[in-house]
Design a protein around this ligand. Structure first.
Ligand code: 2RA
Length: 338
């Protein structure tokens, strides 16, 4: 069977990546509709060699459609529930519905069955959460998790196409000895690190840091897991990196951890220090796996491990995960309530 798919936010970085992934995975698209704000309406986009004209998102955009992939942003709040009312299955990459108890928050390798609980909307987790929770689940199943300490090194693509452009422009400006005027980021991102992603909230953590805590607990269905995060923007184009320390309930050796990680779907272990083998954002971009290396016993705590995790923010962190959720909707036969 083929499905009627509408992409909302088709012209942005994530929207473009969703189209790319749909084509690569040969998703059964029968009819395709590309929507965006009025500002982007009229643009021509190609999908599988066929030309599509982007139209402005309106309530009528969802009539008769089967699946709506929202790339993120304000459109989700305005049109998500409306599309679901029309019987369309909404897969939303914005943060708006992620913590809603009625909305499953899904990483297909971690909690696929949750898709079956949807009532019209399924939320795609935050990119830094997805990248962390995939390897964490392997450790969680093998040894239980007491506490996680994570520091992230997040690519500029997390801030969309403008973020990518700003890294290029800032770098060029600095090298040309010109003044840098930050727009997408709080400060110059070239040759700098900015420990501030999204807004500051309670206890002076940012919303990005709270997302990693709350979303991970929801996905694992376990509020006893302690998590503390520091999220940082770094001058890298499109892969997020994360330094993770995980304290486990039961002892797990480095060799056991390497095995359960290597056996876990969607994880590639790249860990051979003697041969300088470890994941780096320069080499993980455009890929769908989560790469794990630098796996070590924590020298200061018995039941704890360190690991270095890297994955493409636009793909596994957003577009690929969303398309994998759409594949599960079809696999489980839980399309919208007509
Ligand atoms: C960021 N995770 O990296 C946030 C949103 N994509 O900016």
């Amino acid at each position: 069977a083929d499905y009627k798919v509408v992409i909302v936010g088709a012209t942005g970085a994530v929207g473009q990546e969703i189209l790319q992934v749909l084509a690569e995975r040969n998703f059964p698209v029968g009819e395709l509709k590309l929507c965006a704000t009025a500002r982007s309406a009229g643009k021509e986009i190609f999908f599988k060699g066929k030309s599509y004209t982007v139209e402005e998102t309106t309530p009528a955009s969802f009539d008769g459609m089967d699946i709506a992939l929202f790339a993120g942003g304000a459109a989700s709040k305005e049109f998500g529930p409306l599309a679901a009312e029309k019987g369309v299955v909404v897969i939303d990459n914005s943060s708006h519905f992620r913590l809603d108890p009625q909305v499953p928050l899904v990483v297909p390798e971690v909690n696929p069955e949750d898709v079956k609980e949807h009532r019209g909307i399924i939320a795609n987790p935050n990119c830094s959460t997805i990248i962390m929770v995939v390897p964490l689940k392997a450790i969680y199943d093998a040894a239980g998790i007491k506490r996680v300490v994570v520091s992230t090194y997040q690519a500029v693509s997390g801030a969309g196409a403008e973020g990518i452009t700003e890294l290029t422009e800032h770098t060029r400006a600095v090298l040309d000895g010109k003044e840098v005027i930050p727009a997408k980021f709080q400060y110059q991102i070239a040759f700098n690190l900015i420990p501030h992603i999204d807004v500051f909230q309670e206890m002076d953590y940012t919303k990005e840091e709270w997302k990693m805590v709350k979303e991970t607990r929801k996905i694992l269905h376990d509020d006893t897991v302690g998590i503390t995060a520091t999220t940082v923007r770094v001058p890298v184009y499109r892969s997020h990196s994360e330094s993770i320390n995980v304290e486990t309930k039961r002892k797990i050796t480095v060799d056991e951890a390497k095995k359960v990680l290597a056996d876990f779907p969607g994880v590639v272990v790249e860990d051979d220090p003697a041969n300088k083998k470890y994941p780096m954002p320069l080499f993980t971009s455009e890929k769908d796996d989560v790469f794990v290396g630098r796996i070590r016993q924590d020298n200061s705590l018995d039941n704890a491990l360190n690991m270095w995790v890297v994955a493409d923010q636009l793909r596994k962190g957003a577009a690929t995960n969303a398309v994998q959720i759409a594949e599960l909707v079809i696999k489980y036969g839980c399309l919208g309530k007509r």
